[in-house]
Design a protein around this ligand. Structure first.
Ligand code: GDP
Ligand code: MG
Length: 363
């Protein structure tokens, strides 16, 4: 599957800078009063050390990482849910994403005016959350009204989603995101077509000053307290992340060490999104190429086959499966097979993160 993450935030929070850092892109960053309308769209490879080692193992010419699409969505303003600013278009862009990355301004560059007039990440978070909640509230309200009206006039319409709609309406009207309504998988599935924004996983990014890396400001502490366990909060400097990309990997490593950065924030960000979305990676390996693929956790071998190609899904015979860690104990795939360590699985077998698959098929 192609994972799409939407980057949102108020103007001048550093969204485009982060987008460029993630995608190694060159989208224009500017100190602007008005946000640009069209989103920047770019892909970033998902870095996975296991794939590097698989390439060496197979001596493959080509390595194809899984990739993630990032959408840098133009600045949200207060009142977006009511169609103010570029409100409706803004919201439409987020509807198509799998998860939301919300950038909160913590850096204090006097040349870059903060959207709220002062550095106030907590305020920015509340502004963003509120707009998303209000947008969802409108959608839920309309849907409930429509169903109740049909019931009154005795019209037969599909309304098995009504209890779930009412459940999220209740939390939304209390100013909380729909994801806190405790819906079951089944109920969520029923609401899928509405693409509720606050049902999507969200990850907050505190975009801090480069000099503040490793230290904790008051702003950051209150943000941490507010978010608590509700969502992941990632602390980074988008500017530094972008700068690190300009360096060779050795230079970047040294510079990171100097700054006290243990792991690239970009890798952490992507991993967090994988966790939030319950996604896993499986591999295919041949001399020609090694490749990483993204599927939802709990997927079957048949689903994995379909990810590679619809023909392979259609003509599926069996899958040979071995966990990455297990495979690495052998010199070759065939050696593992001879020792009986490669499982032969049917369509229904559940694929786990890190499994390497050889799929036999016939079309
Ligand atoms: N000092 C500092 N400046 C930043 C950082 N991130 C972004 N900026 C600057 O803030 C301005 C606005 O950034 P941009 O990414 O265009 O913000 P957007 O409006 O949210 O897309 C630019 O001049 C960036 O160079 C950061 O982490 N530290
Ligand atoms: Mg921008």
């Amino acid at each position: 599957m192609n994972l799409t993450l939407g980057i949102i935030g108020l103007t001048n929070s550093g969204k485009t800078t982060l987008f460029n850092a993630l995608t190694r892109g060159k989208a224009e960053v500017s100190t602007h009063l008005f946000s640009t309308m069209e989103p920047n769209i770019g892909k970033a490879p998902l870095h996975d050390e296991r794939l590097d080692r698989l390439q060496a193992f197979y001596n493959s010419k080509k390595l194809i990482p899984a990739d993630i699409t990032f959408v840098d969505i133009a600045g949200l303003t207060k009142g977006a849910s009511k169609g103010e600013g570029i409100g409706n278009q803004f919201l439409a862009h987020i509807r198509n994403t799998d998860a939301i990355v919300a950038v909160l301004r913590c850096f204090s560059d006097p040349a870059v005016p903060p959207a709220l007039g002062e550095i106030n990440p907590l305020g920015e978070m509340e502004t963003l959350d509120l707009e998303l909640i209000l947008a969802d509230l409108t959608v839920a309200e309309k849907a409930i009204e429509k169903r109740e009206k049909s019931a009154r006039v005795g019209e037969k319409v599909k309304n098995d989603d009504l209890p779930a709609l009412k459940a999220i309406y209740e939390v939304l009207s209390e100013g909380r995101p729909a994801r806190t309504a405790g819906l079951s998988e089944e109920e969520r599935e029923k609401l899928k077509a509405f693409t509720f924004l606050t049902l999507k996983p969200i990850l907050y990014v505190a975009n801090i000053d480069e000099k503040d890396i490793g230290s904790e400001s008051e702003n950051l502490a209150s943000l941490k307290e507010k978010i608590g366990k509700d969502a992941p909060l990632l602390i980074l400097s988008a500017k530094i992340e972008a700068e690190l990309n300009e360096l060779s990997s050795k230079e970047a490593e040294e510079y990171s060490k100097d700054l006290g950065i243990k792991e690239r924030s970009l890798d952490i960000l992507v991993r967090e999104c994988f966790t939030q979305l319950n996604l896993i990676t499986f591999f295919t390996g041949y001399e020609k190429e090694v490749r990483a693929w993204t599927i939802p956790g709990g997927s079957t071998a048949l689903r994995a086959a379909g990810q590679i190609h619809s023909d392979i899904e259609r003509g599926f015979i069996r899958a040979e499966v071995i966990a990455y860690e297990e495979l690495m104990k052998f010199p070759t795939f065939n050696a593992a097979k001879e020792k009986g360590m490669v499982r032969v699985e049917g369509k229904e077998a559940i694929i786990k993160d890190g499994d390497l698959l050889h799929i036999r098929f016939n079309v």
